[in-house]
Design a protein around this ligand. Structure first.
Ligand code: NDP
Ligand code: GUE
Length: 290
């Protein structure tokens, strides 16, 4: 049995936002206007609405300008594209985020491609994904950035460690794998067609769960002492009938086995928003430098 450390992403994110607040004030003093973040939400998925509201609140708290664009579920693709053209041209907007998923009648890749890559604070544009893959300066997706920050804070150098990423989405799994590779990890990407997932996971010094299946990863899939980052956010109904959030890892089973683990909530989620604010400041600074 090992003592399992709980990685406090909420506290780490608060520290990051406190540091950003100072940097944002310096930016604003130098440029006369604060960095601005525009968030576009199409439709009114309740989970997305909460998340968008939290982002707007924290954006304002660190001293940045927040612009919210709420479009109805029925909005046409060309209306979304026209809004993005306006935001691309607006000098008060330094960062643009289009909340995903979009309604099925809208082509997500087309929308992401319409965002100016220098304002793409989610890092989802192919230009930023490509720049990350070849090792150029890029706007890096927020959740992956947050995961790697937590790992480096805990472990220092990640060089030579074996990392297993479960999930290969363009927005989480793939960019996390790219960042871990950049940190000199030996990286395996697992997915729904992986043959023996428990055996793959047991090899991992660093195990990243980004699947979207409540508590799928069991305690006995974890190598003793491993660092476990749980990206999953799953809403389930508990025995009392109330809904609660759980991750992709069976958190209670991981106790006494993992060396460290992020909780859900309070782990990766708050880091995602803090990294979004950091990316907005990075984007604004790079735009000002030309
Ligand atoms: N904390 C945060 O800030 C954020 C949390 N999330 C959460 O992270 C999770 C993942 O999100 P996202 O990447 O967008 O999800 P996707 O649904 O896009 O991707 C899920 C991935 O998991 C794989 N997968 C599904 N079932 C299995 C299985 N049984 N065994 C192995 N692999 C499987 C899929 O494989 P295949 O490719 O073969 O289909 C796919 O690659 C979700 O819970 C989401 O809510 C997302 C963004 C931010
Ligand atoms: N373009 C785009 N970019 C995204 O980054 C993006 C997106 N679309 N669509 C949805 C997912 C999901 N996501 C979360 C971010 C923070 C929390 C978060 O702060 N969670 C808190 C709890 C929140 C609660 O209690 O509901 C926590 O884990 O502690 C959760 C989920 C970003 N996403």
């Amino acid at each position: 049995m090992v003592e399992t450390a709980i990685i406090d992403g909420k506290a780490f994110a608060e520290g990051l936002r406190a540091r950003l607040k100072g940097e944002v004030a310096a930016y604003t003093a130098a440029h006369g206007t604060p960095p601005g973040l525009a968030v576009v939400l199409v439709g009114s998925d309740p989970a997305s609405s909460v998340y968008v509201r939290n982002k707007a609140k924290q954006t304002v708290e660190v001293g940045m300008a927040s612009f919210e664009h709420l479009l109805p579920e029925s909005a046409r693709e060309d209306e979304v594209l026209a809004l993005l053209a306006d935001l691309n041209a607006d000098p008060a907007v330094n960062g643009i985020l289009v909340q995903l998923p979009l309604p099925a009648h809208i082509d997500t890749q087309k929308v992401l491609a319409a965002i100016d890559p220098t304002k793409d604070v989610d890092g989802f544009h192919v230009v930023n994904a490509g720049r990350l893959a070849v090792g150029l300066d890029a706007l890096v997706p927020c959740t992956p950035l947050g995961c790697v920050m937590l790992l480096k804070d805990r472990l220092g150098s990640l060089a030579g460690l074996k990392a297993v990423v479960v999930g290969r989405s363009n927005i989480v799994g793939k960019p996390i794998a790219q960042l871990l590779l950049r940190e000199d990890c030996t990286v395996t990407i697992a997915h729904s067609r992986t043959k023996d997932l428990p055996a793959e996971c047991r090899q991992a010094d660093i195990l990243i769960a980004a699947v979207g299946r409540p508590e799928m990863i069991r305690g006995d899939w974890i190598k003793p002492g491993a660092s476990v980052i749980d990206v999953g956010i799953n809403r389930v109904s508990g025995a009392d009938g109330k809904s609660r959030l759980v991750g992709d890892v069976a958190f209670a089973e991981a106790q006494g086995i993992a060396g460290a683990i992020t909780p859900v909530p309070g782990g990766v989620g708050p880091m995602t928003i803090a990294c979004l604010l950091q990316n907005t400041l990075t984007a604004a600074t790079r735009q000002a430098e030309g």
